[in-house]
Each structure stands twice: as C-alpha cells, then as structure tokens.
Design a protein around this ligand. Structure first.
Ligand SMILES: *Cc1c(COP(=O)(O)O)cnc(C)c1O
Length: 419
C-alpha cells in the first residue's frame, strides 16, 4: 500500500494516533486503486457523494467538453449555458412551488444560504423573526452557521462560544413521536424564522431514521405557524433514501431545499439552495439594500454545472431507479443475515443505506472502536468509516453483487473478531 508523504493536515483525522494514509491513484465504479494495484471497495461512496460510481464516463466527458469552452465566470451580473440548463432542469424535476435556484459550492454553504434566505425574507417583509429551530442529533455542515444548527458535542466544543442559539426539538424516537411533534408545535408558537431538518434520516448523527408520517406532520405544523420549512437534502438527495428526494416519500414540499453531494454525481463540488417564490419576491425590489448579499468565488462554476447536467441526464436516460431498488433489496438481505448476531443492535435501512449499532460491553473500548474497525476494513480491501459504534454501508448504486457481498463479509468477520 502506498501512503502519503506530504505535509497535509487531513480533515477529521488525529494525526497523533491514526495510521498512515493510503494514496489513491484511480477510481472506477465502486472501486479505488492505488499505484501498486491494490484496490478498496468504496462502501461509503467517498463520504456519501458518489452516486453512479467513480469516473462515470458520461460525467467525465461532460467535464472534458466544458473545460474546453469556459472554465469559470463571475456569476453576479453574468450567466452561462451550463448554469441556465441546470437551474431550469432542477425546477422542472422538483415540485412546482420551488421556483428559484441559488448556487454555492458545498453542503455547508447551501445551508448557510438557506439560513440567510430565511432571515432575509423575514427582514424584508418587516417581521422580527430570527430564531432557528432544529432537530436533536442533526448535522448540517462544519461552517459556523451550519455548526450552530447542528448537534453540539466533541466535534464543535472549541467553537461553541461563536455558535448562535437555536431551539432544539427532541428526536422522534419510536413511541415518542407525538412528544416531539408537541414540542415543535409549542416552539412554532413563539414565531421562529425557520425549522431546518434532514428529511427521514439523520446522517452524521448516527443514521437515525424516522417515519415519513412524522416528516409530513412536521411540515404541516410549520405551515400552520408560517414557519419556513428548510429541508437539508444534502445527504438524502439523489436517490440515497430510495426515492430521488427523501421529501418525495412524505409528499412534503419544503419552502427551501439544500442539495449538494450527489448533485454532480459526486464528481465536483457544487451545491444549490432552491426556494419558493415568496422568498425570492421578498428580495425583489428597486431598493438595492434588499438584495440577497451572498456569493462565493466559484458560485455556479461552469465545469461543475456541466457535471451536474450530466448527472441529470444519467437520471433521465439510465435505469438509475432500478439500480437503487436492486441495491436497496440486496442491502436488506445482507442486513437481515446479521440481525440476530449478538454484536448487532438496531439493524435499520432506508433505501440504499443500511446501518446497525455494534454492541460493545466495555465502553472504554468504544472510544477506540471506530479507528480499529476502519483499519480492519482497510486491511480487508473495504473503505468503511463507522460513526462511533454505528456502522453503515452506503455504496455507489453501481456496486456489483460480489463487491457488496465482500463488504458484508468483512463486517461479519469484524463482528466475530470482537467476540
Ligand atoms: C455532508 C452534509 C452537509 C455538509 O456538506 P459539505 O459539502 O460537507 O459541506 C450538510 N448537511 C448534511 C445533511 C450533510 O450530510
């Protein structure tokens, strides 16, 4: 295995403890290769972004084509064909009330944009509403605003003094859904600006799933109190939960939607925040001070937009839904084989995502569990990255049955080793 020699400070990495870092040279489908010909199965889609597989020929071709025409363009006061096509297509495939597309470049920035849209809306319509409601255990990104609306803990402890106050609604655990809905109802009565939520499944919070009817109720409560409903579909979007968007399963139409990760099929960084017309209209004026003051240098980068357009063409022309259904079905079969393993608790699945909690009697061992498992899987040719004691498999939709079986074999072996 070739490893990293350069002075890079890696994300979410304790360089004082963790192992040497593999140097990857090439990716194809669900596999990653190093220069020596070793390969790993990417069982978490390179952190939830790769949907159709690495280096999908159609996305790579779109990137090559666009790179010969226009690489980058200021997006304030100027526009280009890939962004125009993408925005029109996004509006076409999402529910009618969503009418406007704002570009940015990561999930975190799409969330910052959503929060600023909500606050800008209330300011411009002349109402003093600025409180944001969130769901317990949520994750919305690592910038200061996104951390503020996410779960507080070891990951953001040093930055706590900079984080703003939010109202936290308890997670709707099985049997306690009504308590959660009642808490939201009470909080909405205080006239907050918005409620932001990951629809149907909280990803980084531990792959916590809640039912579609709860999401529909949440949405109805927000509507009743005129609280803007923000769906963070950064992880759930593009088929992960079994449908193109998780909100589709609950028949829910948000006021604001954040999309990133699979937007380009996972090939290039790009994000969008879609909103309903009244939010845009509140910023539309002959008064310049009412404009939406947000931009980043690479907003709507043409090459990234071209990759996203290729993703949408793949959704249009290839049997993507069929691949998702097949993967979901196979994941369910593998998960059920492990459901009686004494080391497994709460086996659960939503669409292509399968997760379980590992039962470890000694909690001191727990703190060390995830890094040890990561190393074990890496040595067995699989890229997995547990969240604490929560193990999940979230592969690209093109993974072969054989590769997926190897992933689950590795998991079974690792659980046996724990005994
Ligand atoms: C990953 C993620 C984000 C942040 O996206 P980045 O591109 O990493 O900034 C935001 N929300 C959710 C639900 C995510 O899973």
């Amino acid at each position: 295995m070739t490893t990293n020699p350069a002075p890079i400070w890696h994300p979410f990495t304790q360089h004082g403890l963790d192992d040497p870092i593999p140097l990857i040279a090439r990716g194809e489908g669900a596999r990653l290769y190093d220069a020596d010909g070793n390969h790993w199965i990417d069982a978490i889609s390179s952190w939830w972004v790769t949907t159709h597989g690495h280096a999908h020929p159609r996305i790579m071709a779109a990137i090559r084509d666009q790179s010969e025409k226009l690489d980058q363009l200021i997006f304030a006061g100027w526009t280009h064909e890939p962004a125009e096509t993408l925005a029109a297509e996004l509006i076409r495939i999402t529910p009618d009330p969503l009418t406007r597309v704002f570009f940015s470049d990561s999930g975190s920035t799409s969330v910052e944009v959503a929060l600023k849209m909500a606050l800008g809306y209330w300011t411009n319509v002349g109402q003093a509403r600025s409180k944001i409601l969130v769901l317990e255990h949520s994750y919305h990104g690592d910038t200061i605003g996104a951390m503020s609306v996410g779960e507080r803990g070891v990951f953001n402890k040093p930055y706590e003094p900079l984080l703003f106050d939010v109202g936290t609604i308890p997670f709707p655990h099985v049997g306690r859904e009504q308590a959660s809905l009642d808490a939201l109802e009470a909080a909405c009565a205080q006239l907050p600006a918005a409620f932001i939520v990951e629809p149907l499944i909280l990803g980084a919070g531990g792959m916590l799933i809640y039912p579609a009817w709860v999401l529909a109720e949440i949405r109805a409560i927000c509507a009743r109190h005129n609280v803007l409903f923000i769906a963070d579909e950064v992880m759930t979007g593009w088929g992960r939960t079994g449908t193109r968007f998780a909100c589709d399963q609950a028949g829910v139409i948000p006021d604001i939607v954040c999309l990133s990760k699979g937007l380009t099929g996972g090939a290039l960084p790009l994000a969008v925040t879609l909103c309903i017309e009244p939010i845009f209209a509140a910023h539309l004026s002959t008064d310049r001070s009412k404009a939406f003051y947000h931009s980043s240098s690479y907003t709507a980068n043409p090459i990234a937009c071209a990759a996203a357009n290729a993703n949408l063409e793949i959704w249009r022309d290839e049997p993507v839904q069929q691949r998702i259904d097949t993967l979901a079905h196979t994941q369910a079969a593998h998960l059920s084989l492990l459901s009686h393993n004494p080391r497994v608790a709460n086996p659960r699945r939503l669409g292509t995502i399968a997760a379980l909690d590992i039962v470890v009697p000694d909690s001191g061992y727990l703190s060390n569990l995830a890094p040890r498992l990561i190393a074990f899987y890496r040595d067995h040719g699989v890229l997995l990255r547990p969240l604490g004691n929560t193990l999940y498999v979230m592969p690209p939709y093109c993974i072969t049955a054989e590769d997926l079986a190897q992933v689950w074999d590795g998991i079974t072996l690792s659980l046996d080793r724990l005994s």
